[in-house]
Design a protein around this ligand. Structure first.
Ligand code: NA7
Length: 487
């Protein structure tokens, strides 16, 4: 079958957040839209349904497993509040957790499918590649080809986890593509990579009670505020995650008992061996752009990363656009892709001129003690404006709910990065503590509105919350005063 399909816009997208958002918006504006979607199985054979990384192997299952870990913690605290239970008998049933998580994911897959149908977006389960700038060939699982021509083409294929080039990595390692649907309990786990995903996975696995080691080749959370990143890592260490810094895995082999023998080298070149049940790689993600045969359309990629250097989501080919994780130097975050996709559709098929603003996007690392931030890190602000022009407000705080179970508040910390002179505009806000995402979201809106230090200080807090800590800041780093709580 070689059927020619003509569209206004074709989204090659794995039905990820960005592609879907653009497709639905474009249909609403009267465009004829088709979406190509295809998930290649992971090396161990994991595959999934509609909705892309966020829904299937990212934000959604991650948040649920994080929540499962938090609940485990809460059970232990509950006794101090008078709940009669025996914490010693409390343990996680991995199969039950996985089933619950996957049931939710499947329900979202279903809703996505129905939505595409009701919104009249044509959906094809086929892997796309360019024939020319207006033509894409989709190949189905059975090897059948369908040809699509479109006025505009949107690339929103996102990325997949990378594997290191070492013996045994692809054969025996897993990634975030596999962990949320893993058949067996992960057991003793080595997480390799200290980015967002590595920290989150190590955090919830440790919280669920699995012996967890995180191996970092350099620092944790590159690109984030250094002090906050260290807080997150120290807190995880305190909770029992074993950190190995400046180390690299050299080889993975399978023992006769099925467990994995890992050779790794430390910073002095010393070789070590350890046995794990699971090795999870979280060493970054690769864009799926090469598979698109971009050369056939004249589409240029950044050679080192395969990413697309778009201006207002438009690539070097005028009718080819891109949103989401395939974009060069843009945040790899679902809501960013959704927002950019919607605005692009409105510019293409509505009369809008509104462009995507990629600055001051808030985000949260769902580490056991969460880290939410928006705007500039301390380092970035100083690099941009100079030390003399930047004021850093900071404070440690004790969440009220930490007192009864006598939880350590050592790492609960807020930091506000602001201009020191003029209107004292707030450039960045950083929060380590419970519900960091909920806390930082509202302040992100305030920063969009031009929040200043006087305005923040004149905001009345809600007591007792953790978010109110931002309204109580008065100690600057420059003053040298102790930011620890006095009580
Ligand atoms: P990131 O944020 O790119 O982090 C990758 C991490 O893996 C980082 O700590 C890297 O260390 C480390 N890394 C990279 N290559 C290797 C090799 N070969 N060996 C060991 N460690 C390595 O990727 P994530 O997957 O965590 O997250 C990607 C996005 O998904 C993120 O933006 C979120 O939005 C969700 P480095 O700092 O380079 O020394």
């Amino acid at each position: 079958e070689n059927q020619q399909k003509q569209e206004d816009i074709l989204s090659v997208s794995h039905t990820g957040s960005g592609g879907l958002a653009a497709a639905k918006e474009a249909v609403g504006l009267g465009a004829k839209v088709a979406v190509l979607d295809y998930v290649s199985p992971s090396p161990i054979g994991t595959t999934w349904g509609l909705g892309g990384t966020c829904v299937n192997v990212g934000c959604i299952p991650k948040k649920l497993m994080h929540q499962a870990a938090l609940l485990g913690e809460a059970i232990h605290e509950a006794a101090t509040f008078g709940w009669q239970l025996d914490p010693k008998t409390v343990k996680i049933d991995w199969e039950a957790l996985r089933t619950s998580v996957q049931n939710h994911v499947k329900s979202v897959n279903w809703v996505t499918r129905v939505e595409l149908r009701t919104k009249k977006v044509e959906y094809f389960n086929a892997l796309g590649h360019f024939k020319d700038a207006h033509t894409v060939v989709g190949t189905t699982k059975k090897g059948e080809e369908k040809v699509f021509t479109a006025k505009d083409i949107l690339i929103a294929v996102g990325g997949r986890p990378r594997y290191p080039d070492i013996p045994g990595a692809v054969e025996y390692g897993i990634t975030s593509d596999d962990i949320f649907s893993l058949e067996r309990a992960p057991g003793k786990t080595l997480v390799v990579g200290a980015g967002y995903i590595g920290l989150e996975c190590a955090g919830f696995l440790n919280g669920l009670g699995y012996d967890t080691t995180l191996m970092a080749r350099s620092i944790v959370l590159r690109g984030f505020d250094r002090q906050m990143a260290e807080h997150v890592a120290e807190e995880m260490q305190q909770r029992g995650v074993n950190f190995i810094y400046e180390a690299k895995v050299k080889k993975i082999a399978k023992q006769e008992d099925g467990r994995l023998l890992v050779d790794w080298v430390d910073k002095d070149g010393q070789i070590h061996q350890d046995v794990y049940d699971t090795v999870l790689f979280a060493i970054g993600r690769r864009s799926l752009t090469q598979e698109l045969k971009p050369e056939n359309a004249g589409l240029k990629l950044i050679p080192e990363t395969g990413k697309i250097d778009a201006v207002n989501e438009q690539s070097n080919v005028p009718n080819i656009y891109a949103v989401g994780d395939v974009l060069h130097k843009k945040p790899e975050l679902t809501p960013v892709a959704i927002h950019a996709g919607k605005l692009l559709a409105r510019r293409l098929y509505g009369n809008s001129t509104e462009k995507m603003d990629y600055t001051n996007v808030a985000t949260t690392v769902f580490s056991p003690l969460e880290y939410g931030c928006v705007g500039l890190s301390e380092e970035a602000a100083v690099a941009l404006h100079g030390q003399d022009e930047i004021e850093i407000f900071h404070a440690y705080y004790k969440p009220t709910e930490f007192f009864v179970p006598q939880k350590s508040p050592d790492r609960c910390y807020v930091k506000v990065v602001a201009l020191r002179h003029g209107d004292e505009r707030v450039l960045g806000m950083h929060f380590v503590g419970p519900n960091a995402g909920e806390v930082i979201q509202g302040f992100a809106a305030a920063i969009k509105c031009g929040l200043t230090i006087p305005k923040l200080k004149s905001t009345v807090g809600i007591h007792p919350t953790v978010a109110e800590e931002f309204t109580r800041i008065f100690i600057t780093k420059r003053s040298g005063l102790d930011p620890k709580p006095q009580s």
